[in-house]
Design a protein around this ligand. Structure first.
Ligand SMILES: [Mn+2]
Length: 266
């Protein structure tokens, strides 16, 4: 896979990935400042909705005024993937698309389907009837690839995997809006920034800071102004006893982290 865009190194991606379907007219979703409540962003949920509910109780989340944003990967591996549709129906819950939502969208592709169901936790899909599958695919295909939230401390960017280190946020959004295939794959899959030992380049141009998931880490990690907040909640099912689901308040406080241990029963 050869990228025509500078700064995007996609060589580590599986070469058979199809171009992500971008049906929505709203590839980038922007939200105006919340004048009456708080905003939070939560890391990869992967079906751990009972713990998310408990975490929201702990932070006294008020659905009348507060908003919850998700970095994507609502489904797969965990026990309640099918609840994702109900959560996405809440007026206060807004997610960008993760590569696991993309697996569902691409499930007509036999190679993607096999990779998903057999190796990426998609077995829950086998329990759905055709009508439910169609509804999931429709909802997932309309999830934006990036979210911008206006906050008291500036514009916050939310994207599943990463921003190409040498692109500005604004340029990356332009490429996503133009349905650029490499940019879309980068948003869904890349681990370059967090896995490279290169300089901790911040993301400039149109954004104050960025929140990503996709790459599970023991604690949240900040590289420049990019925060990685997937603290591996679902991996408790693989015996990772320190697994946590993390949510960060991003407004009106700038950055306050909350977490729930997923080894604890709820
Ligand atoms: Mn992911």
């Amino acid at each position: 896979m050869q990228s025509t865009n500078p700064g995007m190194k996609l060589s580590e991606l599986p070469s058979r990935l199809p171009a992500p379907e971008l049906r929505s007219g709203r590839v980038v979703a922007r939200y105006a400042r919340n004048e009456s409540g708080r905003d939070f962003v939560v890391g990869d949920i992967h079906g751990m909705f009972a713990h998310l509910r408990s975490l929201l109780d702990e932070i006294e989340f008020d659905p009348a005024v507060d908003r919850l944003f998700s970095v994507g990967d609502l489904v797969d591996r965990g026990p309640e993937s099918a609840a994702a549709l109900e959560w996405l129906g809440h007026a206060w819950f807004h997610a960008c698309r993760g590569n696991h939502e993309q697996f569902a969208i691409d499930s007509d592709d036999p190679a993607q389907y096999d990779l998903w169901i057999n190796y990426n936790g998609g077995a829950w899909w086998l329990d759905l009837d055709a009508g439910s599958r169609a509804r999931f695919r429709e909802v997932f295909a309309n999830l934006p690839l990036a979210i911008e939230v206006e906050t008291a401390s500036g514009v916050v960017g939310i994207i599943h995997a990463d921003v190409p280190p040498r692109l500005t946020w604004s340029r990356f959004m332009e490429l996503l809006r133009a349905r650029d295939r490499d940019a879309a794959l980068y948003a869904l899959w890349s681990r370059n920034r967090i896995q490279d030992d290169g300089p901790p380049l911040p993301v400039h141009g149109g954004v104050e800071r960025v929140y990503c998931g996709h790459t599970p880490t023991r604690t949240t990690i900040r590289i420049g102004n990019v925060h990685y907040i997937d603290t591996g909640a679902v991996y408790v099912h693989d015996g990772y006893t320190d697994a946590r689901l993390t949510a960060v308040q991003i407004h009106p406080e700038r950055h306050v982290e909350y977490a729930i241990r997923t080894a604890d029963p709820v």
